[in-house]
Ligand binder design. Sequence first.
Ligand SMILES: Cc1ncc(COP(=O)(O)O)c(C=O)c1O
Length: 131
Amino acid sequence: MELCVITGSQEGLHKVFDMLINPGDTVLLDGFTYPGTVAALARDYDFLIIEDDSYYFLQFEKPWTPTLLSLDVDSRVTRTDTLSNILSPGLRIGFLTGPKPLIDSNSAYAGLNNAHQYSHTVRTELWTRQG
Ligand SMILES: Cc1ncc(COP(=O)(O)O)c(C=O)c1O
């Protein structure tokens, strides 16, 4: 398993969809359901899971619902996390976690598309501080 920093969940999801999904592929979107059920179905029917769980760190009652990534036993799950909902959406910082080959491909993809991808955010912060 590997982790890389992304420019927010949406940017990470866009790249993951672009890398994994082809025209004509079947995509299932789940409503709220038990993570264990989805994980078991993925194993039985041999599909990948992309977990967009931006509210995970806003659970106020214990025990926290487990992530699909934490239930992953055979490298099917790629997960996005973001600081948008717990710190500030303007930071544009998130994390992509999943199988190393996919995370490495995402990093290569991001490097090709977004050389100096944080420069705009840093420049805006500096302008704001200077008034
Ligand atoms: C389902 C979902 N995913 C992701 C995000 C955050 O995306 P980003 O990290 O690009 O700001 C949100 C924001 O509220 C959301 O509702």
